[in-house]
Design a protein around this ligand. Structure first.
Ligand code: 6PG
Length: 239
């Protein structure tokens, strides 16, 4: 586990963007699962502003680690956010954008998306393998859309599950723990003081942390990188 701690959200986004571009080097194709959330939004702005022409976007195949089951025009949509902050500013072939279309039939879409992952991605021990999975972490320790109240979804056989937001009841489609932990590389982007307690619990494996889905992220490759700002890292021993 590699902890990278930076001053603030903007610096986390800038440093992660450089890391992301480095990950693409010397790769013919690159399959990445994006995350929703406030830090990835800034990452997309940084990539769009600084790397439009410096990256061969044709080799990047975009997926989502999770998506809300709303129309693609809804402000809740991770796809909409990514179009606004990235895809509207870089040239990426439409066929490289593998949306989750869960608005109408979340169960059916979870199956379609799981099949898409099986077909499009390399597989390790029968599990689709991303080059990179980008994750955030909620104040409650959720990651992707696996929430503490449904932590059993983490080990689903299906690779892609239908989750329910604990407060709003909003349905979401999410990859599960098997797919996340099969990735060659996993990067957490976590910023803000409200995350500090859970960052300490998950990173330092304190008692009870196993109740938080984020604590179950443990890629078999061993390549797990945390991009934190000082606020989110403020309770870690290293500080
Ligand atoms: C989503 C994300 C979710 C997010 C966390 C953290 O679809 O919202 O996948 O897991 O990463 O809720 O979000 P913030 O970084 O904005 O706090």
């Amino acid at each position: 586990m590699d902890l990278k701690i930076y001053k603030d959200k903007q610096e986390v986004a800038e440093q992660f963007s450089g890391y992301f571009v480095d990950q693409l080097k010397n790769k013919d194709t690159f399959h990445v699962a994006l995350s929703g959330g406030s830090t990835p939004k800034i990452v997309f702005d940084v990539l769009a502003e600084n790397f439009t022409d410096k990256v061969d976007w044709n080799k990047v195949h975009f997926y989502w680690g999770d998506e809300r089951c709303v129309p693609p025009t809804d402000d809740e949509s991770n796809y909409k956010m990514t179009v606004e902050h990235l895809f509207s500013k870089i040239k990426v072939p439409k066929e490289n954008i593998n949306r989750i279309l869960g608005e109408k039939d979340p169960e059916g879409e979870a199956l379609r998306y799981a099949n898409l992952l099986e077909i499009d991605l390399d597989r390790v021990e029968e599990v689709p393998q991303f080059d990179l999975v980008i994750l955030g972490m909620g104040d409650d320790g959720h990651t992707a859309s696996i929430f503490p109240h449904e932590i059993e979804l983490w080990d689903s056989e299906d690779h892609c599950v239908v989750a329910t937001h604990p407060d709003s009841g909003q349905k979401r489609v999410s990859i599960n723990g098997k797919v996340i932990n099969a990735a060659k590389e996993v990067a957490f982007l976590v910023t803000g003081a409200s995350k500090a307690e859970k960052v300490e619990a998950v990173v330092e494996r304190t008692e009870g942390s196993e109740a938080y889905p984020a604590s179950l992220v443990n890629p078999a490759s061993g390549n797990l990188v945390w991009f934190l700002d000082e606020e989110a890292a403020s309770k870690l021993n290293q500080n």
